[in-house]
Design a protein around this ligand. Structure first.
Ligand code: UT7
Length: 331
């Protein structure tokens, strides 16, 4: 069985907020944000919702793939900011697209959400349960930020990215595999013991037994612990997934990493002894959009024509949970 990404799409909110815009409403500066993170602006939702952005990204991905909505067998959305606890973002996307034949559900793996969703779809496709999957990362992080905490709120943005993934077998597989073998390997992991270094509590319990209900919670992060986790775990995960694929760092055209901090990306490049040019960046104009960052970047690369049939790329996500996941894909 050959599983290939056959289309991508993305959608960002219309409203762009620069570092200078933030400096007008809090004690921060373009110099601090840009030098510590590489972020210069981000898109923040006003009219948009997680489901509306996800649906638009999905429509664009289906168009890119040349697939009709009723051909989709499953929709998986990686998100921690669905508009409703139920229905899931994936069920909302199904409704908005009219993807009546799809099974739909969300995955909560924070910034690794798209990669977890992709791995889950891959498992369904490889076992022949389904043929065509729509895999998304979609977030409205601005609604879970504490806008009085400059150490977190300046880092994040909103947006959605999507990929259509399809399985091929038999004669079709044989024909296609000469050009590209699609997904070659996956590697993923979790470390719940360190989960509280990046947290956001869910809804508070206000049942009649509660005397002192918790206040609503926003994202809180020990930035330096997350940084240390990222720069050690991501290169190790990439080495493991490359080994599974029987490839080396030198075989890879691009490393499509979760976009949290430019310094993290540069450190991963250095630890892998890979050329920094092989690490495309979107965080300068998107900020950190958690589960959406990998598929949004992938779609930008696809639209710019940076990817040719047979190119080998690594995708890697990491973040809250703690979670991480990497894949090697032949485009
Ligand atoms: O998706 C995964 C999620 N997150 C990450 O990957 C984040 C990983 N961590 C990081 O990227 C970095 O740790 C940060 C960018 C979050 C912070 O950088 P840092 O170099 O670790 O800074 P810091 O937290 O040690 O703060 C240094 C100073 C502090 O001031 P003092 O105590 O030295 O006087 C902060 O109060 O910078 C101050 N500061 C700010 N100043 C201006 C914190 N936030 C800001 C701000 N503007 N927005």
């Amino acid at each position: 069985m050959l599983t290939r990404i056959i289309g991508t799409g993305s959608c960002l909110p219309e409203q762009i907020v620069t570092n200078d815009d933030l400096a007008k409403i809090m004690d921060t500066s373009d110099e601090w944000i840009a030098s510590r993170t590489g972020i210069r602006k981000r898109h923040l939702a006003k009219e948009e919702t997680t489901a509306s952005m996800a649906s638009e990204a999905a429509r664009r991905a289906l168009k890119d793939a040349g697939i009709q909505a009723d051909e989709v067998d499953m929709i998986i959305v990686g998100t921690i900011t669905g508009d409703y606890i139920t229905p899931s973002a994936a069920c909302q996307v199904q409704d908005k697209l009219g993807a009546v034949n799809a099974v739909a559900f969300d995955i909560n793996a924070a910034c690794a959400g798209f990669m977890y969703a992709l791995h889950t779809a891959y498992a369904y496709l490889q076992t022949g349960i389904y043929r065509t999957a729509l895999v998304l990362g979609a977030e409205t992080l601005s609604k879970i930020m504490d806008w009085t905490d400059r150490s977190t709120c300046v880092l994040f943005g909103d947006g959605a990215g999507a990929a259509v993934v399809q399985a091929f077998e038999g004669a079709e597989e044989g024909k296609m595999s000469k050009e590209s073998r699609g997904v070659l390997a996956f590697e993923q992991g979790s470390d719940g013991a360190k989960g509280m270094v990046l947290s956001c509590r869910g809804r508070v319990n206000n049942n009649p037994l509660m005397e002192n209900p918790f206040a609503p919670s926003y994202v809180s992060m020990d930035g330096q612990e997350v940084y240390k986790f990222a720069v050690s775990t991501v290169p190790a995960s990439i080495h493991r997934v490359l080994e599974k694929a029987g490839l080396g760092v030198g075989d890879i055209k691009y490393f499509v990493l979760h976009q949290a901090n430019l310094r993290i990306i540069q450190s991963v490049a250095k630890r892998l002894k890979a050329d920094a040019d092989k690490f495309p960046v979107s965080l300068d104009h998107c900020g950190n959009i958690s589960a959406a960052s990998v598929p949004v970047l992938l779609d930008e690369m696809n639209r710019k024509g940076m990817l040719s049939r047979g190119d080998k790329i690594v995708m890697s996500g990491f973040g809250g949970g703690l979670t991480w996941a990497s894949a090697v894909v032949e485009w």
